[in-house]
Ligand binder design. Structure first.
Ligand SMILES: Nc1ncnc2c1ncn2[C@@H]1O[C@H](COP(=O)(O)OP(=O)(O)OP(=O)(O)O)[C@@H](O)[C@H]1O
Ligand SMILES: [Mg+2]
Length: 226
């Protein structure tokens, strides 16, 4: 049921990667997932064409600005999780998808261009909230952080965002080879060949922690709405 969109108008912020990681973790636990691939590069559709995609993951590509609302509604009615990988612009398609979402994840790398993209996305979310007359839970997801140097710089960014009243996921997505390799090998993160992919165990733990945080935020929202 829940619809989770990944959005940041800044290109290369880590939307596609984080969307596939969440999908992979949910699918590994047996959930039925539909990924709506609205990224013009179609990375997730290409991933789906490789061997190893489990049957509980379905990918819908070829969505249009006009059609995306119908596609999301139809997908949400027949699966447990709908994950939307959006394009790196602030288009009507993005706005439509946001208006249909139960949660928006805003992947953001440390730099100021990404942060400006995130700020633009948050303004767009606030506008959509007014149009659809309900809150749209959202949070910034720090991406491509350094495993070695997770602590202070990250804490500073988080403190700044907190101060501005912007929700930030506690779990950052660390820079990991496994998160690139999954697009080459296909299949789920945990099925990658551990002999060839470095640090797969930590990559799995990080992606799992992100999934748990998404699930607990969704639960909080549902509790709030009840
Ligand atoms: N956590 C990560 N670890 C390693 N590489 C990463 C990570 N996140 C993203 N990348 C790499 O950074 C690049 C951009 O990431 P990605 O395609 O996920 O961003 P995007 O926001 O979807 O981009 P676009 O706006 O073009 O759709 C890719 O080459 C991807 O492999
Ligand atoms: Mg992308």
């Amino acid at each position: 049921m829940p619809v989770i969109a990944f959005a940041n108008p800044k290109g290369g912020a880590g939307k596609t990667t984080a969307a596939l990681l969440l999908s992979s973790e949910l699918a590994a636990r047996g959930a039925r997932v539909i990924i709506i691939d609205a990224d013009p590069e179609r990375w997730i559709s290409q991933w789906g064409g490789l061997p190893g995609k489990p049957d509980n993951v379905e990918i819908i590509g070829d969505v249009t600005e006009d059609g995306i609302v119908d596609v999301i509604e139809e997908a949400a009615a027949r699966t447990q999780f709908v994950i939307i990988d959006l394009e790196g612009t602030a288009s009507l398609m993005v706005a439509n998808a946001i208006g249909m979402s139960d949660m928006v994840v805003i992947p953001t790398q440390g730099g100021s261009m990404d942060a400006k993209g995130a700020a633009k996305m948050i303004r767009l979310i606030h506008n959509q909230e007014r149009m659809v007359r309900r809150p749209i839970p959202h949070g910034v997801l720090m991406t491509r952080t350094s495993a070695a140097f997770a602590s202070r710089a990250l804490k500073n960014v988080r403190a700044q965002l907190d101060k501005a009243g912007i929700a930030v996921f506690t779990t950052p997505i660390v820079e990991r080879a496994a998160y690139r390799d999954i697009f080459d090998y296909g299949g789920l993160l945990r099925d990658l060949p551990s002999a060839q992919v470095s640090n797969l165990e930590n990559a799995g733990k990080n992606a799992g922690a992100f999934m748990n945080e998404v699930l607990s935020k969704l639960k909080d929202t549902m509790r709030g709405a009840a």
